[in-house]
Design a protein around this ligand. Structure first.
Ligand SMILES: [Zn+2]
Length: 674
């Protein structure tokens, strides 16, 4: 019995994780693709006149088995993988890509869509139906359905290669990250590190068979505390270099060739579609529209950002010389000296703050914000299916006690989980074919529990939790008819808006006080500390802006109208030098581990975080004006942003919420760059 091939007999039809075995995936993928193809053939070969129902709605209804298996497989591939899953991903990705191409390049099917599209005014469609028809039509055209047969064949090859290459890229980064350990044998080399970091490093050493020693890894969770507190400059340099060299070590996991090949295939594809570059092709379907608009925004913020960063360098260089040392601040020194600078300017240590941010209380705080804004509640349930220990599940209800969704959290760092944090769905919301509630998950890499069994977060991790929770709400509050338009199915330069928006509440003292309680004493965070956190709000923003814009610029450079790239390292160097990046700061991602653009669907899209930050900073002004939990503003935010998905034009929705187009000033102010 293959669970994917039967109705799920579980509460809320959640995937029956306990019953799913590795051997179920491949046959379910095969069966799912076959079933989907048959359904599509029936639609394409229908003898009656095309209607919205027999074509567009029928397509929305198709591919259910494939969705079921894909949703589980790709979620777990990201959060809980193993060698079997990795190798299946390599074989299944090109098959899926070919399957999708067969549908999107089906001329008979497209003919029906085209007839509907050309006559759409005569069908009395709702706004959402009209949007769905438009989006479907555009998707087919952008996929190349109008190409001749020869070009179409080449396009299919390109898509399949790109899909395998991106899987390979991702796996290489994970392998490079896991394969390096900085092993410390002498206790004196731990000088400066907080007790808890030392304990974690000892546990890591045990798990790697290095008992009695300490291990640090090139992951942000392990590396940042070391870079911040270690007084051993040479060790900071060693660990930092292991991080920034990932995928660039000329070994079997090197990503440089993959990058060169992907960039050239993307360019070829864009040109087949009639665009000058991959960026032109990608951006045509976003809010930003053109590379010029993106570059303009990046340039607007680059100059004040890098100027501020130079000031930060100066202040840190002064600390170095005051300490009697005489070396020039390097990239691996930044965290150490910016922590000293922070203490000097604001008189608090990051370690003083952490005890007030236990993961459990921060999550409860996020729930509380959602409850106050949107009248929904989160109730933990221990009886729902889970794919492993240590993940939590919640039933989400509206004010009338109606269940609107299921929410999972998988927060703890593990070696078989990808880096960073993300939201995903096991099922998206829809209504046109009966009420389907969404199943949403937030995956993070927060520190393991300390000796008291509590995971303590840095303030940055608190913001991350709220960020991912914002994506989660975008999925959970979704109120669309059609699955293709529901929840987070919006353009990339809009999708980070609902997530970044939620971070704002985490920064408000009034809200922080409700959940920042000491994990041992229960004491609320002192006002004095809150004032310091808030005063430090724009601290180090020169660095944050600079490393971010550098990465966004690198992304745009790879995908612009450039000749074939021979030497990846040189291209990266030249591009960043030309931009004016200073030697004390490295791009947020170097090319060989820039998963967003080579493995994650954000090519020509890393700028999106800044684009949506313009929206978010402008949007939050409405709450600053009227009150953090002003009901009328919150209702509009829910209706036109979190519930609306992609059911109407996105800027139109924004203006319905805000009453005007967004302005850039609130963003500059927020980053301390005005
Ligand atoms: Zn996000």
């Amino acid at each position: 019995m293959n669970p994917f091939l039967n109705e799920y007999e579980t509460p809320f039809k959640i995937p029956p994780f306990e019953k799913i075995k590795f051997d179920h995936y491949e046959p379910a993928f095969d069966k799912g693709m076959e079933e989907h193809q048959n359904e599509i053939d029936v639609i394409a070969n229908n003898q009656s006149q095309p209607t919205f129902e027999n074509t567009i709605e029928a397509m929305e209804r198709s591919g259910k088995t494939l969705d079921k298996v894909s949703n589980v497989f790709f979620n777990l591939l990201g959060s809980n993988t193993n060698d079997d899953m990795d190798s299946l991903a390599m074989t299944i990705s090109p098959k899926l890509s070919a399957h999708n191409d067969a549908i999107l390049l089906n001329k008979k099917l497209f003919k029906r869509i085209e007839i509907l599209y050309n006559n759409r005014k005569s069908f009395n469609l709702t706004v959402e139906q009209d949007r769905l028809l438009n989006e479907t039509y555009k998707r087919f055209v952008r996929s190349g359905v109008n190409l001749d047969d020869g070009s179409m064949k080449r396009l299919t090859q390109i898509n399949s290669s790109l899909s395998s290459l991106s899987v390979q890229f991702d796996q290489n980064v994970l392998k490079e990250t896991n394969s390096y350990s900085m092993i410390i044998e002498n206790e004196e080399d731990l000088d400066g590190l907080p007790k808890e970091e030392i304990r974690q490093a000892a546990l890591l050493a045990d798990s790697e068979g290095e008992n009695g020693k300490w291990v640090f890894k090139p992951t942000r969770v392990s590396m940042y505390p070391f870079l911040t507190y270690s007084t051993k400059r040479d060790l900071r340099e060693e660990l930092y270099n292991s991080y920034i060299q990932r995928g660039d070590n000329d070994n079997e996991f090197d990503n440089k060739k993959i990058i060169a090949e992907m960039v050239s295939l993307r360019k070829e594809k864009a040109e087949m579609m009639g665009f000058d570059s991959h960026s032109d092709y990608v951006l045509d379907n976003t809010m930003a529209k053109t590379p010029e608009n993106v570059n303009k925004l990046l340039q607007t913020i680059w100059n004040p950002g890098v100027e501020k960063a130079k000031g930060e360098v100066e202040s840190m260089q002064k600390i170095i010389s005051d300490e009697g040392a005489n070396f020039k601040l390097a990239a691996w020194d930044w965290w150490h000296y910016s922590e000293k600078l922070r203490q000097e300017l604001f008189d608090f240590k990051e370690e003083e703050v952490k005890p007030f941010f236990s993961e459990e209380k921060v999550l409860a705080g996020a729930f509380n914000v959602a409850e106050k804004l949107f009248d929904i509640t989160f109730t933990e349930s221990k009886d729902l299916p889970k794919y492993r220990e240590n993940i939590r599940s919640f039933i989400v209800e509206d004010a009338n006690k109606k269940v609107i969704g299921i929410f999972y959290t998988d927060f703890t760092l593990r070696p078989n989980k990808g880096g960073g944090a993300w939201m995903s769905t096991f099922r998206s919301q829809s209504k046109f074919d009966g009420d389907v509630i969404p199943i949403v998950i937030n995956v993070c890499n927060f520190p393991p529990e300390n000796t008291d069994g509590v995971s303590l977060l840095s303030f940055e991790q608190v913001e991350t939790l709220f960020h991912e929770f914002g994506h989660g709400l975008h999925g959970l509050l979704s109120d669309a008819q059609y699955p293709s338009l529901s929840g987070t199915s919006v353009t990339r330069d809009y999708v980070e808006f609902p997530s970044q928006m939620m971070e704002n509440w985490a920064r408000e003292p009034e809200v922080l006080k409700t959940f920042a309680k000491h994990f041992e004493t229960g004491e609320t965070i002192p006002d004095e500390l809150l004032t310091k956190i808030s005063a430090a709000g724009t601290f180090n923003e020169g660095f944050a802006t600079t490393e971010y814009v550098a990465a966004a610029h690198l992304d745009m450079a790879y995908h612009g109208d450039v000749p074939a790239i021979q030497d990846i390292d040189k291209f990266e160097d030249d591009t960043l030098k030309e931009l004016g990046l200073i030697s004390e700061i490295e791009s947020r991602y170097r090319s060989t581990y820039f998963g967003h653009i080579f493995a994650g669907g954000y090519s020509s899209g890393y700028y999106s975080y800044l684009w949506t930050e313009v929206l978010e900073a402008d949007a939050f002004e409405a709450f600053k004006d009227k009150g953090l939990f002003d009901k009328e503003t919150a209702n509009k935010l829910k209706k036109y942003v979190y519930a609306a998905g992609n059911t109407d034009d996105l800027m139109t929705q924004y203006i319905r919420f805000r009453g005007k187009e967004p302005e850039i000033e609130p963003l500059l102010k927020k980053r301390g760059l005005n």
